[in-house]
Design a protein around this ligand. Structure first.
Ligand SMILES: Nc1ncnc2c1ncn2[C@@H]1O[C@H](COP(=O)(O)OP(=O)(O)OP(=O)(O)O)[C@@H](O)[C@H]1O
Length: 358
């Protein structure tokens, strides 16, 4: 038995007009894994899910549930997974019939179909919609029906393409959490595409980043967010401060010079080819006379002019002009209220080890 539920090697998808819409060197998924797929528009995320769901012709090797898809009964393989499409693709029928359809194909008894459809709809807040025509549903209601339709068959592999798009904020968090709990109880694997970072953070432990059809990073979610593989990905994951920089090696380690004049020693190894330094907005601390930060090893102290202070949810975002660059620092409210004022100078500190280079 293969330890993987999915194993792709040298998988490529091309069309008549375009080569390598997808170009996956290797991607494998273990049972029970929850993986998020990040990438800009047009990166190939939906194509990846369609390929895994055997809806998209491809070249290369792919095993699903331990079987080589080229030599297996693809209909049977496809029935073990379910895909929730980005678009709300429902048949022009009632909600009940839409959700029941996949169970009918599998020869489930009418009694069991009724019980399963109502339970699944209820789990996703759609029980009251059962007799409605899908044409009468709002975008959010239709999305919930699509999710119920995918889960009603208890797939071993669930593929979600923007499942929470068109759901309002209040429902979205609950929906993502319910899918996560469902996967945990069933031991199912899930691949989630989302442009919504809050969803991804709530859901996945592992993430892959796709650019131009290629996986540029496959990592723990936290590593991918904190230590993205390249500058494009750093921008995609929302690192606020990406500053051009130069590195000089010395006997004490690496000497970093940022474009805004900040200089510091970095305690780790750095690749020669790097061009920018990433500093997450939450790596900064406010540094005043009473602060112990300045005595910590590897602390880098910088001084700048406060340009703007923006009240967030429990935190403040502070725009600080340092040299020719404006940095964004995010801090807890109580640190900011009495200490930070627009048009005044402040001192910030960060740990050099928290810097990341791309
Ligand atoms: N049959 C096709 N022929 C030519 N180009 C295609 C074909 N199918 C997809 N593409 C292109 O391949 C790229 C990847 O498309 P895909 O829908 O997988 O991207 P995506 O990452 O899901 O984007 P989004 O975030 O906008 O949904 C896009 O540029 C798309 O236009």
């Amino acid at each position: 038995m293969s330890e993987y539920i999915l194993n792709m090697q040298q998988v490529t998808v091309s069309s008549k007009t375009r080569k390598n819409i997808l170009n996956i060197e290797h991607f494998a998924l273990r049972p029970g894994e929850l993986v998020a797929v990040l990438g800009p528009n047009g990166a190939g995320k939906s194509t990846l899910l369609n390929t895994i769901n055997l809806l998209q012709p491809f070249q290369g090797k792919m095993q699903l549930f331990g079987q080589d898809v080229h030599n297996a009964n693809q209909t049977l393989l496809r029935r073990r997974s379910a895909l929730v499409f980005q678009e709300k693709l429902l048949l022009n029928d009632t909600v009940f019939n839409n959700v029941a359809r996949a169970l009918e194909f599998r020869g489930t008894s009418a009694k069991e179909i009724k019980q399963k459809v109502y339970t699944t709809l209820a789990d996703f807040g759609g029980e009251h919609l059962a007799n409605r025509s899908v044409r009468s549903l709002s975008g959010g209601e239709a999305k919930r029906v699509c999710i119920a339709r995918a889960l009603v068959t208890d797939p071993e592999l669930l593929l979600l393409d923007e499942p929470s798009a068109s759901l309002d904020l209040g429902i979205r968090a609950g929906m993502i959490e319910k899918i996560r709990q469902w996967a945990e109880v069933k031991g199912a694997s899930v691949i989630l595409i989302s442009h919504n970072f809050t969803d991804i953070l709530r859901f996945a432990e592992r993430a892959i980043a796709l650019f131009d059809g290629c996986i540029v990073q496959d990592d723990k979610l936290e590593t991918l967010i904190r230590r993205p593989a390249n500058e494009q990905l750093a921008r995609l994951v929302g690192i606020d401060n990406i500053i051009p920089c130069q590195v000089k090696q010395s006997s004490h380690g690496s000497c970093i010079k940022l474009a805004n004049g900040i200089k510091f020693s970095y305690p780790g190894e750095i690749k020669k080819s790097i061009t920018a330094c990433c500093l997450s907005s939450d790596t900064f601390n406010l540094c005043d006379a009473s602060s112990s930060i300045q005595h910590k090893p590897w602390s880098v102290i910088i001084e700048g002019l406060v340009e703007r202070v923006l009240n967030g949810m429990g935190t403040y975002n502070i725009w600080v002009k340092v040299g020719e660059q404006t940095l964004i620092a995010r801090m807890p409210q109580n640190h900011v209220l009495s200490n930070v004022h627009r048009h005044e100078m402040i001192k910030l500190a960060f740990n050099a080890a928290d810097a990341h280079f791309v």
